[in-house]
Design a protein around this ligand. Structure first.
Ligand code: NAD
Length: 411
């Protein structure tokens, strides 16, 4: 299923509940601006390579547009468009004053040296700098990009517009970034998992958790939940998976991973498990934190978890979502579950604009507060309207954007 079909299906479910007019649906689903640009760069070999870059600015009714910049060979307009809309609903669900955007360049970052990636990033900024900026559209790291690309982005943007640390978030701590941003998405997944457990009448100690993907989001979620005494019985990454019934020491695993080329396989004391088996484990909580589209109509029936917390963007396709909801599996949707990253990005932007620094404790405290409020509002709406948490989250996000759109004169 194309990414845009999945996000549009969820949007329509919420729009029906909100009784939105056809004209408002069309306005909210149409991006404000979509650009495709040529990015010609000299490679280390001296050869000229031409790449394609995208930026989709979906909606600015609630504030400057916010969203990642991904480097991946399969990046295309359809995917970027879907992810930009997702950002609009996500920032609205947690009520931070942003709209939604997304961008990308169709390259395989692993095929390029750091110098080439720097030239590609700076050239992309040369082409789009007039379309973005601290009050307009603020990129952040995404698949295939990191704090380093954000530093290059800010440096190049500042050549044109003067010192502007708030033009991009997710920067290195030594270069106008903030402590706590890197862990924020995974920590947020952990915070929200605990709030969900409490609402489901489960206590964290001993709760069993399986995590697909032990990257930035999955590893920080696992570490946070382990510190709350949950039992992380399975984790996986692209190299394979691990299972241990009495719990994996994820702190040790994290150290092992750093020493073993970023892979989890081979970690002592755990059995091997493949991703298909991991998704079907009999656990309290399943956290897909790797890729989109991993739970489909073909494998949703095999899921035995009591709850699913979407660490990744769009890991559950709409058909699978309906099947899981029907079976009473509680799904905490991506637009709330992984909103910790954009929330901490907002904290970074606020500090950059004030030329001020918060300590890590304040970042964590504010993150907990903002996500906690978002969770309670979504939970209450789901209860009062008797809808799934996903539909409630979309209702909250889409409803806020629709109201701001009208108030702002079709902004
Ligand atoms: P990452 O690259 O750090 O980690 C991805 C992990 O998934 C890696 O461990 C990788 O080995 C694993 N993986 C890849 N293919 C796999 C497969 N077939 N089976 C199992 N594991 C596989 O990426 P990340 O930043 O952790 O992002 C993960 C997901 O979360 C993505 O969908 C991303 O869009 C979403 N997300 C990330 C953030 C953020 O702040 N990092 C914010 C919101 C959403």
């Amino acid at each position: 299923m194309r990414s845009i079909e999945a996000t549009s299906a969820y949007f329509e479910q919420a729009a029906n509940q909100l009784d939105l007019s056809e004209s408002m649906r069309r306005l909210l689903l149409t991006a404000k601006r979509e650009v495709q640009v040529q990015v010609p760069v000299e490679l280390d070999s001296g050869e000229i390579a031409t790449f394609i870059g995208y930026r989709v600015q979906h909606n600015a009714a609630r504030g400057p547009m916010k969203g990642g910049l991904r480097y991946h060979p399969q990046v295309d307009l359809d995917e970027v468009r879907a992810l930009a809309a997702l950002m609009t609903w996500k920032t609205a669900v947690v009520d931070i004053p942003y709209g939604g955007a997304k961008g990308g360049i169709a390259i395989d970052p692993h095929q390029h040296s750091a110098r080439e990636r720097e030239r590609i990033t700076r050239r992309f900024v040369d082409v789009i700098h007039d379309l973005v900026g601290p009050d307009h559209d603020i990129p952040a790291p995404d698949l295939g990009t990191s704090a380093t690309e954000m530093a290059w982005f800010m440096s190049q943007y500042s050549h044109y517009h003067g010192f502007a640390p708030a033009c991009v978030t997710g920067k290195p701590v030594e270069y106008h970034g903030i402590a706590g941003r890197e862990e924020a998405t995974g920590r947020g997944v952990g915070i929200l998992t605990l709030k969900l457990l409490s609402r489901l009448g489960l206590r964290a100690p001993g709760t069993t958790v399986a995590v697909q993907g032990f990257g930035n989001v999955g590893s920080h979620a696992a570490l946070f939940l382990k510190s709350a005494e949950c039992r992380i019985v399975a984790v996986s990454d692209a190299s394979g998976g691990l299972y241990r019934a009495d719990g994996i020491d994820v702190l040790e695993l994290s150290r092992y991973q750093h020493a073993h080329d970023g892979r989890v396989v081979g970690f002592p004391g755990a059995d091997g498990i493949d991703n298909r088996e991991l998704l079907a484990l009999d656990v309290d909580v399943l956290i897909p934190a790797a890729l989109g589209g991993v739970l489909t109509a073909a494998n949703a029936d095999a899921v035995r978890a009591r709850a699913i917390v979407e660490g990744a963007n769009a890991p559950v396709e709409p058909d699978a979502d309906a099947m899981l909801t029907e079976r009473g599996v509680t799904v905490l949707p991506d637009i709330l579950a992984n909103a910790g990253g954009v929330t901490a990005s907002w904290f970074e932007w606020v500090q950059n604009r004030q030329h001020y620094r918060w300590g890590i404790d304040r970042v964590r405290q504010e993150l907990d507060r903002i996500l906690g409020e978002g969770f309670e509002q979504v939970w209450q709406l789901a209860q009062s309207r008797q809808v799934s948490l996903r539909t409630a989250a979309y209702m909250l996000g889409v409803g806020r954007v629709a109201r701001a759109t009208v108030l702002g004169g079709m902004e």
